[in-house]
Design a protein around this ligand. Sequence first.
Ligand SMILES: NC(=O)c1ccc[n+]([C@@H]2O[C@H](COP(=O)([O-])OP(=O)(O)OC[C@H]3O[C@@H](n4cnc5c(N)ncnc54)[C@H](OP(=O)(O)O)[C@@H]3O)[C@@H](O)[C@H]2O)c1
Length: 288
Amino acid sequence: MNRTSIKLDEPLILVGCGNMGYALLRGWIDTSTVDPAAVHVVEPVRVLRERAVALGVNTHETCETLPAKAGIIVFALKPQAVQNELPSYQRFSDGTVFVSIAAGVPAGKLKLLLESPRIVRAMPNTPTSIGKGSTIIFTGSAVEDGELENVLSLFKAGGAVHQVTREDLIDAATAISGSGPAYIFYLIECLGDAARELGLPAEVASKLAKETVHGAAALAFASNDHPAELRRQVTSPNGTTAAAMSVLATESALSALILRATKAAFQRSLELGGAEELGLTSSGQGTK
Ligand SMILES: NC(=O)c1ccc[n+]([C@@H]2O[C@H](COP(=O)([O-])OP(=O)(O)OC[C@H]3O[C@@H](n4cnc5c(N)ncnc54)[C@H](OP(=O)(O)O)[C@@H]3O)[C@@H](O)[C@H]2O)c1
């Protein structure tokens, strides 16, 4: 994994240090990507500020006490908070690169709220907190190459980073990798419940479920074989796996369910952005 320390001429500001904001911050500090002294976190919740202070960064209850200038500002706010909160940061619009991880909020809307074309949209996921994340990045032409490199380094601190050139692909990625860890956690829960139902002790059941998902994912990464081939290697004709697969795959039962679920997430990502309300659509709305 390519992790690079960033030399910041101006402070890095993180707005919102909840689940995802803290996951990002942990990654930056644990990998020494940024100097904690250069990071300023704005977070209204006291316990979350205290958690950030323990990493050695500066914290603020509101944006009023922030330094006058910033190189990069990362917004890790709920989409519902974006409309009210972002205009307070217009004073940074001269020279700052603004990064938003808010699901569904289009670059065009961010550009209006911040009065700046220097916008990057990113969609990380929670495994970022342990360096195993996946982040999709979309940016417009107003962000210069050197600035983008710094932004990419911030997300590489948490795992893999993929750039897309069409903004609607961020909404698609939200439905896959952004929300995806929750689908896998649910699979672990379901496997554990099934193990208990089949008589395994609770502690063993839960460990077996986690180890199986962890081991299968690691094998899929380590092997050159397609996942379908790896699946075939476990599935002897008329064997136990074949019996289970006949339930999961008959009439594409599981794949149809996953497609329905991801389409629902994709649709919700579009709705959260309020794109229609502002006469903007996520698709094709760049920062140009
Ligand atoms: N969680 C994920 O897996 C994930 C993955 C990818 C992207 N995202 C995106 O990341 C964003 C944040 O999600 P999250 O799960 O991290 O939410 P979260 O845990 O609720 O974190 C947001 C934090 O921002 C705080 N906040 C509210 N107003 C603020 C303000 N004016 N200034 C500074 N901080 C403020 C919130 O405080 P209050 O609670 O007091 O409002 C909260 O602590 C969402 O847009 C989500 O779509 C999340």
